[in-house]
Design a protein. Structure first.
Length: 378
């Protein structure tokens, strides 16, 4: 190796980098020509077979195993950037993804029929009243899936569905319902959660032997409950269902973990206040309707997608967000039941379906994912 000092090395790198940028811009100009051809012929931007062949060919030009892998990574990114550029050109020619959604001034809340899971006094009940108002036309069903079915079948205008808790995490099974039913997210509401230990009138803490609640509420109150090791914990469909069940049995040895509102509604006594592990605990609820609409002021989008089961797939597809300056706020994965050890991804990101960057990102997602669905813009 020549005996160069650091400045000389950096000067040489500067010259090389300038040439790389010049060649990159020349390459992107040719990519523009390719895009024009594809616009004229309707040919798809993403050609996985062609890209794989190209990357394999340029790898052979490198002289060491390290450089071969480096060339593979560099050209994978070059291909990715080229696709993003071409997606933008397609969108500019009105050939981007058709989202299937309609923009409206606002999402109507008046004179609507709203369904929630559980019974009166449930946190879902509180979420419905918080979003739609105290005088909203509400009714309840036993299961979360029932709420989605009611909307899909036209029995209700909107469903209220818990999806995430700030301490217990995601309501996993409800994510699956977002894809099982063809309903769309039109709003969200956050409800503060303060769990009480409720008993029948006259009951004392020392009487308790069995505690009922929703599984997440039990998990959120685990610190308090773990002190009472002799208490049997039983999960039921809903916190308010637990309160109602205990009150109906009138057994002083039974208690429920539920809200203060549920306790007041069913005439129960508070045996212990705010027993949840973390104060400031909050649950996020989705509002779902049957029509794919979004308000002009909507600022969050939820999507679900599946990707090829191979190295770099997720990394590459998330580049659609990065390149279009779209801020991703959440990502969650769920197993695909019919595909062992393959996963479906749920992503939330900021934006409106009318935004050019968002539409470009979605065009890329739709082209590169095996399956992609927009769940809502709200």
């Amino acid at each position: 190796m020549k005996n160069l000092d650091l400045k000389e090395c950096r000067d040489k790198l500067d010259v090389i980098d300038k040439e790389i940028v010049r060649l990159f811009e020349e390459r992107m100009s040719v990519c523009g020509d390719v895009a024009e051809y594809k616009i004229g012929t309707g040919k798809a931007v993403y050609d996985a077979t062609r890209e794989a062949q190209k990357i394999a060919a340029v790898q052979e030009l490198a002289h060491s195993e390290f450089n071969k892998e480096a060339v593979k990574e560099i050209f994978s990114q070059l291909m990715s950037v080229s696709r993003r550029f071409q997606y933008g050109l397609l969108s500019a020619h009105g050939m981007g993804m058709d989202t299937g959604f309609t923009e409206v001034e606002t999402i109507g809340k008046k004179n609507k029929k709203i369904v929630f899971q559980g019974v009166e006094g449930a946190y879902s009940h509180a979420a419905a009243k918080l979003y739609f108002g105290e005088d909203a036309d509400l009714y309840h069903v036993p299961e979360f899936e029932d709420t989605m079915r009611e909307v899909e079948e036209g029995c209700a205008d909107y469903a209220v569905l818990p999806i995430e808790n700030s301490t217990a995490g995601f309501v996993i099974n409800n994510y699956d319902l977002l894809l099982k039913y063809k309903n769309y997210i039109v709003g969200e509401v956050y409800v503060p959660v303060a769990h009480m230990l409720l008993g029948v009138p006259g009951a004392k803490l020392s009487d308790i032997r069995t505690v009922y609640s929703h599984a997440q509420a039990l998990a959120q109150s685990s610190d308090f409950l773990s002190v009472h090791k002799d208490w049997k914990q039983i999960a039921v469909l809903n916190t308010a269902v637990a309160a109602k069940k205990v009150m109906e049995k009138k057994d002083p040895s039974q208690a429920a973990v539920a809200s203060r509102t549920a306790g007041e509604l069913y005439g129960m006594e508070i045996l212990a206040e705010e027993i949840n592990n973390v104060k400031g605990n909050t649950t996020r609820f989705l509002i779902l309707g049957k029509e794919p609409v979004y308000a002009k002021t909507a600022g969050k989008i939820s999507v679900a997608f599946e990707i090829p089961h191979k190295s770099g797939s997720l990394y590459n597809i998330l580049g659609n967000f990065i390149f279009n300056n779209v801020n991703m706020t959440m990502i969650e994965s769920r197993p695909i039941p019919e595909k062992s050890f393959e996963y479906r991804f749920f992503v939330d990101f900021e934006g409106n379906l009318s935004d050019a960057g968002v539409r470009n990102a979605l065009t890329g997602l739709a082209a590169e994912a095996s399956v992609m669905r927009i769940l809502g813009n709200y």
